[in-house]
Design a binder for this molecule. Structure first.
Ligand code: FMN
Length: 219
């Protein structure tokens, strides 16, 4: 039986582009691999982690095991639980929007806490080579030649930590201009925005099929 880890970070439950594209990805994977595939869900936006866990767990790592306080033990138990979810997965989906030109604070907190588990210490290869998807969305446009080129400080960091630090075999599906539908000043970009969204769903279906070939028992 295959196991998929899915993390969501959109603060919207309704109308979320990252959730919708990740749904397409997930449902295509489940169609291809069969209903017995397990999905381990972690929604860091609707169930945020306590940010104070990170500092406590980070210092607990420098404290001898038998000298750790109850608070430190509890913090490390949180990070171990989050790390277990990742280690158990054959493929991973991260659905994380851009907020305020940067990364979702909920996702950053989650990443920082996972990093306090000893299995994710610097140089860790525990997830190396596993297929993974970053589904991201931005309200505006940040392509070369646009006024805000260079202002996207989210996607580069997420690629860096998922692909370079953890070594995941990462496929990134990006949708821009998601605010065009509701922003009068972006009205002329609506057709382009719809096109991009359709392309992201198609990319999700395509990527899902290629990952299921890797995960299918005969592969
Ligand atoms: C609080 C907040 C801050 C945002 N900041 C930015 C931003 O800096 N740049 C941008 O292009 N879009 C920004 N957006 C728009 C989101 O990136 C966009 O709506 C995206 O589609 C959100 O993901 P979702 O559709 O999965 O909810 C922001 C949205 C919210 C709610």
């Amino acid at each position: 039986m295959s196991s998929i880890f899915r993390l969501d970070a959109s603060i919207r439950r309704e109308g979320s582009v990252t959730r919708a594209v990740a749904d397409t990805l997930e449902s295509t994977i489940l169609e291809e691999l069969g209903a017995s595939t397990e999905v381990i869900r972690r929604d860091v936006a609707t169930t945020p982690l306590d940010g104070s866990v990170w500092g406590t767990a980070a210092f607990a790592g420098y404290t001898p095991e038998d000298a750790r306080s109850e608070e430190q033990q509890a913090a490390l138990a949180v990070s171990a639980g989050l790390a277990d979810e990742l280690v158990a997965a054959d493929a991973l989906i991260f659905a994380v929007p851009m907020y305020n030109f940067g990364v979702s604070q909920h996702f950053k907190t989650w990443f920082d806490i996972v990093g306090t588990d000893s299995r994710f210490a610097p140089g860790s290869t525990i997830l190396a080579g596993r297929p993974a998807f970053l589904v991201t969305a931005r309200g505006g446009g940040y392509g070369e030649g646009t006024p805000r080129a260079g202002w996207d400080h989210a996607t580069g960091w997420m690629r860096r930590v998922l692909a370079d630090v953890w070594g995941l075999d990462l496929d990134v599906i990006e949708t821009e201009l998601t605010l065009a539908e509701v922003t009068p000043a972006m009205a002329e970009l609506r057709d382009l925005a719809r096109e991009q969204l359709a392309e992201s769903h198609e990319a999700a279906r395509h990527s899902a099929r290629s990952v299921t070939i890797k995960l299918s028992p005969a592969a």
